[in-house]
Design a protein around this ligand. Structure first.
Ligand code: 16G
Length: 245
């Protein structure tokens, strides 16, 4: 089917600049789910031909939607409707649970897993003794095969039977060991991705990222985890329910 048949033609009589009109058609199609998450947008030249506009018009229309976070460019692959994760502020959930609750398939690619000793900064922020043994896990996290985040976790070694105990989900492994955290402190800030992180997540260097740091604790108050999650800024929606009680 022609793409224009899917998202509709220009409205007759609309005097707005063509790039804004095209942008609005695409935005409506995304918001009404005519275009679903991960759907591909046709190449610039094909869209230009279908709508009988210049490639510059198409580029401006798409560029605006990329900036809004509705579309995402993947190098070498094209432009797609962005996948967004809605993340509750108050629930202590894992990446795998967040994805499954949204009907997405979580997966990871491992960069490394290692046994080590806590750094002085980690010791301070987790309340561990200097030199305490820890496990370190570095993973790229995917939703339906789309890279969403780079995660660097440090886990107090008393929480897991071994560094090999983690399979698809860290929290499943902690739960199986009777050490799933029950309380966490989280800090969130914007960061531009450096070249290496950008490459791992398939975005351009300097792309906006969101760094979320979690310090999580066991029921008895001992530290369990310190994790830095570098989310793609275009892939993360924080949702908070606020009440006045
Ligand atoms: C989430 C947590 C992270 C935790 C991971 C476990 C945030 C910001 N961070 O990404 O601290 O280690 O889930 O996920 O939510 P897993 O059980 O799927 O490995």
């Amino acid at each position: 089917m022609m793409f224009s048949a899917q998202i509709g033609p220009f409205r007759p009589g609309n005097r707005a600049p063509l790039y804004l009109q095209l942008q609005q058609l695409l935005r409506d199609a995304i918001q009404n789910n005519v275009l679903g998450e991960n759907d591909a947008i046709p190449a610039e030249r094909d869209l230009a031909a279908e709508y009988d506009v210049s490639r510059i018009t198409v580029r401006k229309a798409i560029g605006g939607l990329v900036e809004e976070g509705l579309l995402t460019r993947r190098r070498g692959a094209g432009t797609f409707v962005a996948v967004r994760v809605e993340k509750s502020f108050s629930k202590l959930s894992s990446f795998s649970e967040d994805m499954l609750s949204r009907g997405r398939q979580p997966s990871s690619s491992w960069i490394s897993r290692a046994v080590g000793a806590v750094t002085p900064e980690e010791a301070l922020s987790l309340g561990l003794s200097p030199g305490a043994p820890v496990y370190r896990f570095r993973r790229i996290r995917f939703a339906d095969e789309v890279p969403m985040a780079l995660e660097l976790s440090t886990i107090a070694s008393y929480c897991l039977p071994s560094v090999e105990a983690v399979g698809d989900s860290l929290y499943d492994a902690l739960e199986a060991a009777g050490n799933r955290p029950v309380r966490a402190l989280q800090r969130l800030r914007a960061v531009p991705f450096g070249a290496e992180h950008a490459r791992m997540l398939g975005v351009g260097a300097g792309h906006a990222g969101l760094l979320i740091e979690r310090r999580a604790f066991l029921r008895d108050g001992r530290a369990a985890e310190y994790t830095q999650s570098f989310y793609r800024g275009d892939a993360y929606d924080f949702v908070a329910e606020l009440t006045d009680i």
